[in-house]
Ligand binder design. Structure first.
Ligand code: DGJ
Length: 712
């Protein structure tokens, strides 16, 4: 540990620099987070610290100074408090003194650890800030320890990442069921822009990221910074600009009354607050993608056939076996039996919690279907909703005390269901045992893990004390324990679609289900914005029915398939009702995806910033820039026609490429087209980026795929 005298530390990794002021015993202040600053001498660091102080000699109370990562009222901070807590009305205005710090060279990246104490309050604080080598993401967390006999009742800890004055615009996301991740932008005014999740999961409307950037920042240009909380429970993300014009991004867990009461020597550790930055959103997102790819590398993503939209609850052995056979024929590699397989489950009103195979529908269990699936060369997945319970279930009848109850009974039903309190040891063991037994017996490869009701009144029975934090920890424990017991197991995080997407769950889950909406018109945007955090191979992207089951809009197969090939491909079309021609066409798209998934699932995601609001041009470029695939789509009738020239982002300026329109389904383009559309074209990367190509003629909700290969 270095003493409190060292003025600053400079962490460098993954193309990012973070400079942290540490002198004078105060909590660390980040003076720079972003562009790599190169090697800096201690003299330069000293000057950076000195010049970070404003020229006005004001009292501390107006706080025109760099904001500590955990700002405190007692230090003159009038903004969002970094720490809220007390002991029966005492010990509420903490004032920590940093007593030392050190830098650990963790294999994942350097960690700055700062120890601080509040002697008067007998509280200790450990702050850790890590720069991740593979991605250049920064992350920080805090641990609070109570050293007093008086219990410390924690209201919450929020950590801050500063952004410079250049950050004048905010971007965050909102949404709802089947329309997740809708972007909204607005100026970064003085005040607080706060996005909170209180439903026991981030939620369908959750922002996932909160970004602040330079005026007009886009995907390719404009510096931008963002924060995320690696946590699947209640949380808050905020952007705060003070009247003294300090700007910062805040993240923390939202705690309910008495959820964390620290007895003597008890401690609480925050989830990681994660920060990314980039020149444009593509670079910012690429850091998250690199992080996930480096911490949890995945093998080739097997094409899924999911039964949900094909049969819903109408399970029938012969029908599902035939569906599996047709799935294998079109190239599926994993067969996932969705909701409807367990005791008495004929609709969504009953049986959640009774994780036994329904004997009426499956007289010989799931074994024969699983055997057939394996014979067909596919692996097998099964749907569960482990944290939920129906009042009409054997489980609820046997253990009414395992339901959450804050004092008014089980509360409002949602989709006829309630929440099972897996903070209760018996409930946890029940779910673990049932899931584990089935996973073992059938050697289940994949669990689609659903979560459809929010935690509204999640009190432990009988005292009603809040259990949201504990529930979140128990979900992680359950996932971890299942994976330890069954190391081959993959998990999908689904919550009525994209209701639980965060880096906490993604430490355990192999993919997320971004939305129940398979309409390609909506999916284009949902996948694009989910992609700010989640790389394509971890987003489930399925070919849905011709008439979307959620929007009732119809789209041709080629457009539905094109929007699905980018991610972890799946099929939800009812193949039992599809004719030979349709199945052959699906097979061609599946084959195309399988031939290119190495590129699609390991490449760099790029989006062009087009002046025409109706057009989208996005793609994936190989890490070595030797090849790429792009899709140009129209989401409405364009104001500008023809669209003009389109620059292809992400290629190597100095390499020459062949560009070709590809039509995996055999689709035809309508209208007059430039000759290059049929003949292909050869041009240097620099020309493709700057001059671009004359855009193809296109109708609304149609796309053109471009395959780009470097000339050797
Ligand atoms: C909600 C999910 O989002 C759907 O994909 C499906 O699994 C249903 N639940 C099943 O009840």
């Amino acid at each position: 540990m270095t003493g409190p005298g060292s003025p600053a530390e400079h962490l460098r990794a993954g193309g990012t620099s973070v400079v942290v002021a540490l002198g004078d015993g105060r909590l660390p202040r980040i003076l720079h987070w972003g562009e790599d600053l190169g090697d800096l001498s201690s003299e330069t660091l000293r000057v950076i610290v000195e010049t970070a102080l404003p020229a006005i000699g004001d009292s501390r109370v107006t706080y025109p100074q760099p904001v500590p990562v955990l700002p405190q009222l007692a230090e003159g901070w009038l903004g969002r408090p970094g720490l809220v807590g007390d002991s029966g009305g005492r010990r509420w205005a903490s004032q920590f003194t940093a007593v030392g710090h050190r830098i650990d060279d963790d294999p994942a990246g350097p960690v700055l650890r700062v120890d601080a104490v509040d002697d008067a309050f007998r509280l200790e604080l450990v702050l850790e800030l890590q720069l991740l080598r593979a991605s250049g993401l920064v992350r920080q967390r805090a641990e609070l320890v109570n050293r007093d006999d008086a219990p410390f009742r924690l209201g919450g800890i929020e950590l801050s990442l500063p952004v410079p004055h250049e950050a004048v615009e905010l971007l965050d996301l909102t949404g709802r069921w089947s329309l997740e991740r809708v972007p909204q932008r607005h100026p970064f005014h003085v005040g607080e822009w706060v996005r909170a999740s209180r439903g026991g999961k981030p939620g369908l409307e959750h922002t996932m990221l909160l970004a602040a950037g330079a005026s007009g920042f886009g995907f390719r240009a404009g510096r931008v910074w963002a924060t995320h909380l690696a946590w699947s429970g209640n949380q808050v993300l905020a952007a705060e600009r003070t009247p003294a014009d300090t700007r910062h991004l805040v993240a923390g867990e939202l705690l309910l009354a008495d959820e964390v009461v620290l007895a003597r020597d008890g401690s609480y550790r925050t989830p990681w607050q994660v920060g990314s930055w980039g020149d444009g959103l593509d670079e910012l997102a690429a850091r998250f993608h690199r992080h996930l790819r480096s911490t949890r590398p995945l093998g080739p993503r097997p094409v899924i056939l999911n039964t949900w939209e094909a049969v819903y609850f109408r399970h029938d052995v012969a029908k599902l076996t035939a569906l599996a056979e047709l799935g294998a024929e079109v190239g599926a590699e994993r067969f996932v039996v969705d909701d409807g397989w367990f005791s008495g489950r004929r609709d969504d009103t009953t049986s959640l919690g009774d994780w036994d195979v329904d004997e009426d529908i499956w007289p010989d269990g799931l074994g024969p279907l699983v055997a057939r699936v394996r014979e067909l060369g596919m692996d097998f997945g099964l749907w569960f909703e482990p944290e939920m319970i129906n009042l009409d279930s054997a489980l609820a009848r046997a253990h009414p005390d395992w339901l959450f109850d804050a004092g008014h009974g089980p509360g409002l039903p949602s989709r006829h269901q309630h929440v099972l309190d897996i903070g209760h040891p018996g409930a946890y063991e029940h779910v673990l045992a049932r899931m584990s037994a089935l996973i073992d017996a059938l050697h289940i490869d994949y669990v689609k893990w659903d979560h459809n009701r929010y935690l509204l009144d999640a009190g432990h029975f009988p005292d009603g004390k809040p259990g949201v934090r504990r529930q979140t920890e128990q979900v992680y424990r359950l996932m971890d324990e299942l994976r330890t017991r069954h190391p081959w197991l993959e998990i999908e995080s689904c919550a009525s679609g994209g209701g639980r997407i965060d880096l906490g769950v993604l430490e355990r889950a192999d993919r997320v289900w971004p939305s129940d909406c398979n309409d390609p018109h909506e999916r284009l945007e949902i996948q694009r914005w989910t992609g700010l955090l989640v790389p394509p191979e971890r987003q489930g992207t399925h070919i849905g029915a011709e008439a979307s089951h959620t929007t009732h809009r119809s789209h041709p197969l080629d457009y539905r398939a094109e929007k699905a090939i980018w991610g972890h491909l799946g099929i939800e079309v009812n193949l039992l009702e599809a004719d030979d021609a349709e199945r052959a066409r699906i097979a061609r798209w599946v084959a195309f995806h399988r031939a290119h998934r190495e590129l699609l699932h390991h490449g760099v995601v790029v989006h062009a910033d087009l002046p025409e609001p109706a057009a989208r041009l996005e793609g994936v470029v190989a890490q070595d820039r030797s090849e790429a695939l792009y899709a140009l789509s129209l989401v409405e009738r364009p104001r500008t026609w023809p669209l003009g020239r389109l620059g292809l982002p992400g290629l190597d300026d100095g390499t020459t490429y062949d560009v070709q329109v590809v039509t995996p389904g055999g689709e035809e383009l309508h209208g007059p087209q430039s000759p290059w559309i049929s003949d292909g074209i050869r041009l240097p990367g620099r020309v493709l980026r700057t001059v671009g190509l004359e855009a193809p003629s296109l109708d609304v909700d149609r796309s053109v795929l471009l395959r780009v290969v470097a000339v050797r």
